[in-house]
Write a protein that binds this ligand. Structure first.
Ligand code: TXA
Ligand code: MG
Length: 347
């Protein structure tokens, strides 16, 4: 059991002494959870295979699920990767720092422990002052998966990290809420047409506007075999049984209302993940609005917090409205499907 120090840090102007203390832990091979714009990351020295091992142990993460390596400066990339394909320059210019992760062929300096045994490495530059300052002060790239126990909803508050990892890591930097919610978009540029392995904070439409064509990993479809190893595990899952209801909004409301009534009558504790527009239409169950349909970023932002909240409320069933799969909606629906174990009801 470690004594996990929780350090509140200024999001916009991180205090130097706090950053230095956290960086020292990373340099010594220890683990520090820190905020990024997407979710909190569980950081260790990306060039240290032993640190990577500790990350897997702390999270209870399967060893073949590779970590994302975070950099603070574009010059750090040369050290990590064999070549930088031409078209990635424009992507990095446009979206870094930001929620885009790009897959490259790795150099020997990146241990297989970090890449889950793959000869490729995923790299991103986070858009968060605390993350950037920490990487700079550590003087090494930082490997960081989301700072949750494997399979649980990703953490967007320091308290979520405390809930999952207290006693397992050296430090948690509390820099307030992570605003994007959905994790970074993972992009494979090795094929003629770049492939989205995981939809995320940078939308498919944004990538298309730069690259022309972008495909979605066919593995993202329910029951397919995905190429991004992390995608094959059940993820983001609350403890309750979860049903995602898809169809016209009128049909969604009608079906969820009926199910909520039926389950409540049977004695189940029901949670409904509604939206600002629909929350008042329901009469049974614990109803929570996840955000505004007209501003789907708010839904991405709140999603994981609401999933954790339903856990705390100890509901038996969670009934979830769906939103259109465009823009950030693609990432939101991907997370909802996975959280529900692809339990989707079309109405
Ligand atoms: O927004 C984010 O990306 C957050 C913050 C902390 O940066 N990190 C994050 O890490 O979501 P994680 O470990 O929860 O998800 C990493 C995803 C997994 O789906 C993993 O399989 C994929 O990236 N990935 C990592 N390296 C890869 C590689 N070499 N090839 C294919 N997929 C890779
Ligand atoms: Mg994760």
């Amino acid at each position: 059991m470690l004594n996990t120090e929780i350090v509140i840090i200024n999001k916009n102007q991180p205090e130097k002494d706090k950053i230095e203390r956290a960086a020292k832990i990373i340099k010594k091979g220890g683990l520090v959870a820190f905020p990024t714009e997407t979710v909190y990351g569980l950081g260790g020295n990306a060039l240290d295979g032993e640190a990577a091992k500790k990350i897997y142990v702390a999270k209870g993460r399967p060893q073949d699920n590779p970590l994302i390596v975070h950099i603070a400066d574009i010059t750090q990339l040369d050290q990590l990767v064999k070549e930088i394909p031409k078209r990635t320059h424009i992507l990095m210019d446009k979206f870094w720092p930001g929620p885009l992760t790009i897959i490259f062929y790795k150099r020997d300096i990146v241990p297989f422990g970090t890449t889950g045994g793959l000869d490729t490495v995923a790299v991103r530059m986070p858009a968060h002052p605390v993350a950037l300052e920490l990487i700079k002060a550590a003087g090494v790239p930082i490997a960081a998966p989301s700072a949750n126990i494997s399979g649980r909803p990703s953490p967007v508050h320091a308290r979520d990290v405390v809930e999952d990892l207290e006693g397992k890591i050296e430090m948690i930097l509390d820099g307030g809420v992570s605003t994007v919610g959905a994790e970074s978009t993972v992009l494979d540029v090795s094929e003629k047409i770049p492939l989205i392995l995981r939809p995320g904070g940078v939308t498919r439409e944004e990538l298309k506007s730069i690259l022309g064509q972008v495909n979605l990993d066919p593995g993202l479809a329910p029951d397919a075999v995905p190429r991004s190893p992390g995608q094959k595990y059940r993820h983001y899952a609350p403890k309750a049984q979860m049903i995602v209801v898809e169809g016209s909004i009128e049909n969604q409301i009608k079906t969820i209302s009926e199910l909520a009534k039926r389950y409540s009558t049977k004695g189940f504790k029901v949670g409904i993940m509604a939206t600002a527009q629909s929350r008042y239409k329901y009469t049974h169950g614990h109803i929570i609005s996840v955000g505004d349909r007209a501003a789907p970023m708010t839904i991405s932002s709140n999603l994981f917090t609401i999933l954790r909240k339903f856990d705390r409320l100890a509901v038996d069933k969670i009934l979830v409205e769906s939103i259109p799969k465009d823009g950030i909606g693609l990432a939101v629906m991907n997370r909802l499907y996975k959280a529900a174990g692809y339990n989707v009801l079309k109405v």
